[in-house]
Design a protein around this ligand. Structure first.
Ligand SMILES: C[S@@+](CC[C@H](N)C(=O)[O-])C[C@H]1O[C@@H](n2cnc3c(N)ncnc32)[C@H](O)[C@@H]1O
Length: 222
């Protein structure tokens, strides 16, 4: 079974993803989400986990000791370790697919001004960003990555869904419709009601190209 472990100061935030398809994946034992509270490992009497940055500057930095002890408490040897960070390589669908092959993934979530560099070095963590903007913490990025990773684990969702969706063939997805056939005068494209699968595939391919041209022409250049 795949195991994803999150090291965080805010474990309650992860209740937010234990719903819908992810909950079903956990219930069906396709993967396990293990949320570890870094604060439990603080040796400080008040469970302090952050301190002022050496050299001065704004904000606080997460201390190395609680992070390293939290990591060492895990029964993991060959885990792929990630650190959520705006400095990192930008996460994408290819990375989600590659990461879904790992049995054991550990994600360290930063907060405040980030973490002591020695924690990143000792954990051997790869820095991964979810986009070129700065968030208050790594918890939302970790949830974004977990969601994208686990849906690529076999059995979590229908494999046909993965095959047809955006980015899977270098294009964005074609428009989707469901009942009713007419809503406020807007009709579902006739071809989708025809039952002619070749024509439907052709229409979807054309639409996918048009949508990709409109929103992400860079994907077509690639
Ligand atoms: C306020 S940010 C720290 C930003 C850091 N001082 C910098 O300038 O790069 C706090 C934490 O949020 C997380 N974070 C913020 N933006 C992120 C992003 N775009 N992708 C991934 N993690 C992010 C990181 O874990 C980071 O340590």
């Amino acid at each position: 079974m795949h195991r994803l472990t999150i090291l965080t100061l805010f474990p309650e935030m992860f209740d937010a993803i234990k719903h819908s398809i992810i909950k079903r994946g956990i219930d069906n034992k396709l993967f396990e989400l293990n949320v570890v509270d870094i604060r439990q490992f603080s040796k400080d009497q008040h469970k302090k986990c952050d301190d002022y940055p050496y050299g001065g500057g704004a904000g606080m930095v997460m201390m190395v000791q609680p992070i390293v002890d939290a990591f060492r408490s895990l029964s993991t040897k060959d885990a792929k370790v990630l650190y959520t960070s705006p400095r990192g390589k930008v996460f994408n669908q290819t990375m989600a697919q590659q990461l879904s092959k790992y049995e054991d993934i550990v994600i360290l979530c930063g907060h405040y001004e980030g973490v002591d560099q020695r924690a990143i070095d000792i954990l051997g963590a790869e820095e991964v960003s979810i986009g070129d903007y700065v968030l208050t913490g790594g918890e939302l990025p970790a949830m974004v990555m977990i969601d994208a990773i686990v849906r690529n684990i076999e059995g979590v969702i229908n494999s046909q869904s993965l095959k047809d969706e955006s980015f899977s063939n270098g294009l964005l997805e074609y428009p989707q419709y469901t009942r009713p056939e007419v809503f406020e005068g807007l009709e579902v494209p006739k071809v989708l009601l025809s039952g002619h699968h070749q024509n439907i595939d052709k229409w979807r391919q054309e639409q996918a190209i048009e949508i990709t041209k409109k929103y992400r022409p860079d994907l077509l250049e690639e």
